[in-house]
Design a protein around this ligand. Structure first.
Ligand code: AMP
Ligand code: MG
Length: 482
């Protein structure tokens, strides 16, 4: 059987300064844990082949598929607000790009061994973070959020050493591309304007071809990225998703969510929620995500300045005007998504109605996802569920707003399509990882994966996966796991 993946590696054809070639570093006893047939279908990869020994060889970094040119890419970035002039793929390898149905996707191995950018790290990944990223990125995709995807997870059969020895794993990650804000920042900081422009032209052609011919193509690029992030972060807020490590090396120019390290979905609604153990100042708290995205976009704009206009003042003026549109674009996107969550059209949903609901959830320590997904029970007369007493007055106002909507059937449909019953809850993810670690039992992982990739299925509303954690199950801290 021959590998049904045809690679076309445009990024590796960019000049030397963009990447380092890297040989594979085989692992001892790879075993397939999970493959993703529906994603494979989207990529035109044969599902049967996914189960083959050859596929396992490729997804464990033991076999080089024909046509692949493994590289580690260079970037820089602001990490927790502090400039880091040189980062890069320290535990990831870009095997190449898949061209399918007119689209181009990166295929990257994460955890496949050290590269020129590993900075003393081992380039490997424990299995826990692999399972975690698999679950959360696939849940995000099912929830309709732009995201990198997980094509396969393998166990390496080797141990990696963190605080203790842990089993190793490799994730095969698919992305529209892995070009980061930090990739631009690397070339801007090294004053390599030729490569900065090459990168911008490459990004325009690959992701924003409609902006290519514009009079100011790099302002058009910035504008397109701002549009993507306004919507993306509104979706995160709308779902109670906390990214946890919004460094500029973790922001993709294509607007997909990337780097599922210490991320988590909120249980109880609380604006100041932070999960990441390393985010001690709460920089990346839930409530800060929109303003951090704006700040990150500002640092991207700064990197683009030298190619926006040779006249620095003119470049700054143009970039500032573009950046100034972010807050309103974000607010509009957030309010529109919030209105849909309440079963309302944006024009009949006041921002107070939405914000007052959120305030009540926080005051009464109510579960974010369940509070929204149970709203429709309040308009179905025989649903039999008692409203939360603390919400009674608000529910009355909500009903008055609903009365202005012409089509009540449409309201219930909208409530169901905008409010998932299943999110990948932290305690469920931890449970699945512990079963894998302690008993080599992947069934909880597989069952959770089934549930989180079917988030709007109301038949799952009674399952354990839909439940909020009991007090003793709550997970308050998450870790990068690097
Ligand atoms: P992250 O916090 O996951 O965004 O990672 C920040 C940087 O550290 C990236 O450039 C990674 O490639 C690098 N890195 C993280 N974990 C490892 C590891 N185990 N070995 C080598 N480099 C790593
Ligand atoms: Mg990262």
């Amino acid at each position: 059987m021959s590998a049904p993946i045809t690679f076309d590696n445009s990024y590796s054809r960019l000049p030397e300064g963009f990447h380092q070639h890297q040989a594979l570093q085989p692992v001892q006893r790879p075993a397939m844990i999970q493959i993703n047939p529906s994603l494979a279908a989207e990529l035109s990869i044969d599902e049967q082949w996914l189960n083959s020994e050859e596929a396992l060889g490729i997804f464990s970094g033991n076999t080089l598929p024909s046509g692949a040119t493994p590289i580690a890419t260079v970037y820089a970035g602001y990490q927790f607000g502090h400039w880091n002039p040189q980062l890069g793929d320290g535990r990831a390898l870009l095997l190449g790009e898949i061209l399918t149905k007119g689209n181009r996707f990166d295929l990257q191995l994460k955890g496949s061994g050290p590269t020129a950018y590993s900075r003393g790290g081992d380039g490997r990944s424990p299995l826990g973070p692999v399972l975690r990223e698999y679950l959360v990125s696939e849940a995000m995709a099912a929830l309709g959020v732009p995201t990198t995807r997980a094509l396969a997870a393998v166990a390496t059969g080797e141990q990696v050493y963190r605080e203790t020895a842990e089993p190793g794993g490799i994730l095969t990650r698919i992305a529209s591309s892995h070009i980061r804000f930090g990739t631009f920042q690397y070339f801007a900081a090294t004053q390599d304007l030729e490569n900065l422009q090459k990168l911008a032209d490459y990004a325009l052609a690959r992701h924003y071809p409609e902006a290519e011919g514009k009079e100011s193509p790099y302002i058009a690029l910035l504008d397109a990225v701002i549009t993507k992030f306004a919507k993306l972060v509104a979706q995160w807020q709308n779902l109670g998703f906390i990214h946890g490590v919004m460094n500029t090396d973790n922001m993709l120019i294509c607007g997909e969510t990337v780097d599922y390290g210490p991320c988590a979905f909120m249980d109880n609604f609380k604006q100041s929620t932070v999960y990441s153990a390393i985010d001690q100042q709460g920089r990346y708290a839930y409530q800060n995500q929109p303003s951090i995205a704006h700040w990150n976009l500002m640092t991207l704009a700064q990197a683009l300045l030298p190619i926006i206009d040779r006249n620095e003042e003119a470049a700054i003026e143009a970039a500032k005007a573009c950046l100034a549109t972010f807050p309103e674009r974000y607010e509009t996107a957030f309010n529109d998504l919030g209105a849909a969550k309440l079963g309302l059209t944006p024009s009949s949903c006041s921002t107070e109605l939405l914000n007052d609901f959120l305030t009540l959830l926080e005051q009464h320590e109510l579960d974010y996802t369940l509070s929204f997904s149970s709203l429709k029970d309040q308009i179905i007369s025989d649903a039999g569920s008692e409203p939360e007493p603390s919400l009674a007055a608000w529910l009355e106002r909500w009903r008055q707003a609903l009365a202005l909507e012409t089509n009540l059937d449409q309201v219930t449909t909208q409530l169901s399509t905008a409010n998932p019953v299943i999110i990948p809850r932290n305690h469920q993810i931890e449970f699945a990882i512990q079963a894998a670690y302690q008993e080599s039992d992947f069934e909880p992982f597989k069952a959770l994966n089934e549930a989180v990739t079917d988030p709007f299925n109301e038949a799952l509303a009674m399952s354990d996966f839909a439940k909020a954690p009991a007090a003793n199950e709550r997970v308050a801290r998450t870790f990068c796991g690097t």
